[in-house]
Unconditional design. Structure first.
Length: 281
């Protein structure tokens, strides 16, 4: 059975042993649809929001629980010092441009004199060296200016992903360092979420024995639907199983993660739900 390679060794050994003695399921579809599993919503992607420059926090542009979009400005750090640094670096860059122009003109003049043997080889070499140094100095100034632009842009701290943002313990007036490794907030992507729930592995054995294609083909076809506990109306439909994080736990239940669309963003991480698994026609 191809599916065995996708589960831990412990599950593989027990699954193979018990499968050899299990009774074939007469109606696995009805058996599957009759079962309800307890699950919990998890975010599929999380991202930390952090600052890359130092300074005083001057603005916070969200409330905990807001849905934010990728690139949206969340925090602002006072930009004055970075604006001044950029202005200084631009001035140095302009100075290096002038110096390069002078070095180019001098190198051209010396070359013309050299063509008439009017200058020594040493004078010609000195002019060439000054031109090369002027080019390097300009490149350094341009790199410093680009870095200053990046630092100024980084005073506006933006959302790295879209999703629901949590609580921040940083307030306006706080000095933000870059060496303490503390995140400013966390965003949980909510367009797609995961639900984790448990399925008895005996059910999976019966399903495997009842399908000519085997359990692997069946599980790839499973649809996961979610309900609020005690409610018959589906909260979300159309989830698909993930295999990579499956793990056998001590109560002989296979812990399964499924991914499910959440375009209306009604599935909040931490929410407890009932899970039903079906095999669509």
């Amino acid at each position: 059975m191809a599916v065995l390679a996708k589960f831990p060794l412990l599950f593989t050994e027990r699954f193979a042993t018990q499968s050899a003695h299990a009774e074939p399921a007469q109606d696995f579809t009805r058996m599957l649809e009759a079962a309800t599993y307890s699950g919990r919503i998890e975010s599929s992607v999380r991202a930390l929001v952090a600052n890359s420059v130092r300074g005083i926090l001057t603005a916070v542009h969200f409330k905990p629980g807001d849905t934010v979009e990728k690139g949206q400005v969340l925090f602002e750090i006072g930009p004055l010092a970075y604006e001044q640094k950029l202005a200084a670096n631009r001035a140095v860059e302009n100075q290096r441009l002038v110096e390069l122009g002078s070095a180019e003109a001098e190198a051209l003049r010396v070359a013309e004199l050299g063509a008439r043997a009017a200058v020594s080889d040493q004078v010609a070499q000195d002019a060439s060296d000054r031109l090369a140094l002027a080019k390097v100095a300009l490149e350094e100034a341009q790199a410093n200016r680009a870095l200053a632009e990046l630092e100024l842009a980084s005073t506006k701290i933006r959302a790295p992903i879209s999703g629901k943002i949590g609580l921040s313990n940083k307030f306006v007036g706080t000095y933000l360092d870059t060496e303490n490794g503390q995140a400013l907030a966390q965003i949980e992507h909510t367009d797609t979420v995961r639900v984790v729930y448990g399925m008895p592995y005996k059910t999976l054995i019966a399903l495997d024995r009842s399908s000519p294609e085997g359990l692997d083909a069946l599980m790839q076809s499973f649809q996961v639907d979610l309900y609020l506990p005690g409610n018959d109306q589906p909260l979300a439909k159309g989830g698909r199983l993930l295999f990579s994080e499956s793990a056998l736990v001590a109560d002989e239940t296979l812990r399964v993660w499924a991914e499910i669309p959440n375009f209306e963003r009604g599935l909040i991480p931490g929410l407890h739900v009932d899970v039903k698994v079906t095999l669509p026609n």
